[in-house]
Design a protein around this ligand. Structure first.
Ligand code: AMP
Length: 278
């Protein structure tokens, strides 16, 4: 049976009593099979698994979907049963009792791509993850490659604040159609889910390939030019996976192609690794 914990004090007490390697999978709940993949990965490398389930207000902009973000604590508890030992689901007041909490400033990486579309988003992500790390003190924490820029931010956070936790990436979990699993897919109707395949469709052609930079940049330019009312691209770019700086036509090495688009008003993200070179 997974035990539900809602206060920081209780979480700390339990953590203090744990022995062996402690794994953490941070989530915003509304759990799907992608989250379960992360938990299985964490289980392989830990003795005790804690999943956090917290819709973090700091990472939502004023006009974003914080209030309507899907929440289903009972469903989440049922899904993690047998996989997680503890589900840590504090309230927003428990996590942020102060009106204007201090926040981590992640700098430049927080201002490009997702950071440019969602100002302050990555400061909010880094803040809540740092809090989870200090409350839970995990030995390992698993994050999905689905949110590639978030993963890069967390790696920097751990490095720059000397947090003693191993960050483990988990591959993107997809539906049979190729659509990357996301809690936000719940907002799409059947038509929207079909149009959403534009993201994974573009990446499928590039994923795992080796391609010269000019050819890759040209393919992405063409893809962006197809923006329509059904699929509005926010970006489709190739970047350095650690810095999220765009590659130029002389780049060689490992890159990640990141795409974001709006379909039926829902922001969808996807990405794929690619080797750039002749
Ligand atoms: P979220 O609940 O959306 O904040 O996601 C919590 C964690 O699950 C993050 O590390 C995400 O990158 C990861 N995640 C979400 N969707 C997927 C997916 N389709 N494949 C792999 N990881 C995912």
């Amino acid at each position: 049976m997974t035990r539900l914990i809602t206060t920081i004090a209780e979480m700390r007490d339990i953590r203090a009593s744990l022995t062996g390697r402690v794994g953490l999978v941070p989530t915003m709940g509304s759990l799907h099979d992608g989250h379960l993949t992360l938990m299985r990965r964490a289980r392989e490398q830990s003795d005790v698994l804690i999943v956090s389930d917290f819709v973090n207000p700091l990472q939502f902009g004023p006009n974003e979907d914080y209030d309507r973000y899907p929440r289903d604590l009972d469903g989440d508890l049922a899904k993690v049963d047998g996989l997680a030992d503890y589900l840590f689901a504090p309230s927003a007041e428990e996590m942020y009792p102060a009106e204007e909490p201090f926040q981590v400033d992640v700098g430049r990486i927080g201002t490009v791509f997702e950071g440019a579309m969602r100002p302050g988003h990555f400061n909010g992500v880094a803040t809540v993850v740092l809090k989870l790390f200090t409350i839970i003190r995990p030995d390992i924490a698993v994050f999905g490659q689905k949110d590639a820029q978030q993963l890069a931010v967390i790696r920097r956070l751990v490095r720059d604040f000397n947090v003693p936790v191993d960050i483990i990436p988990a591959p993107i979990s997809r539906e049979g159609s190729g659509l990357a699993r996301s809690s936000r897919n719940a907002y799409l109707d059947e038509d929207g889910r079909w149009h959403a395949l534009a993201l994974s469709g573009l990446l499928k052609d590039l994923s795992g390939r080796r391609m010269p930079a000019p050819e890759l940049l040209h393919a992405l330019e063409q893809a962006r030019a197809t923006s329509s009312t059904d699929v509005q691209w926010d970006y489709a770019e190739a970047v350095d996976p650690a810095t999220f700086e765009p590659i130029d036509s002389s780049f060689t090495g490992d890159a990640v192609v990141i795409v974001a688009a709006r379909v039926q008003g829902v922001r969808l993200l996807d990405n794929a690794e690619i080797t750039v070179g002749t």
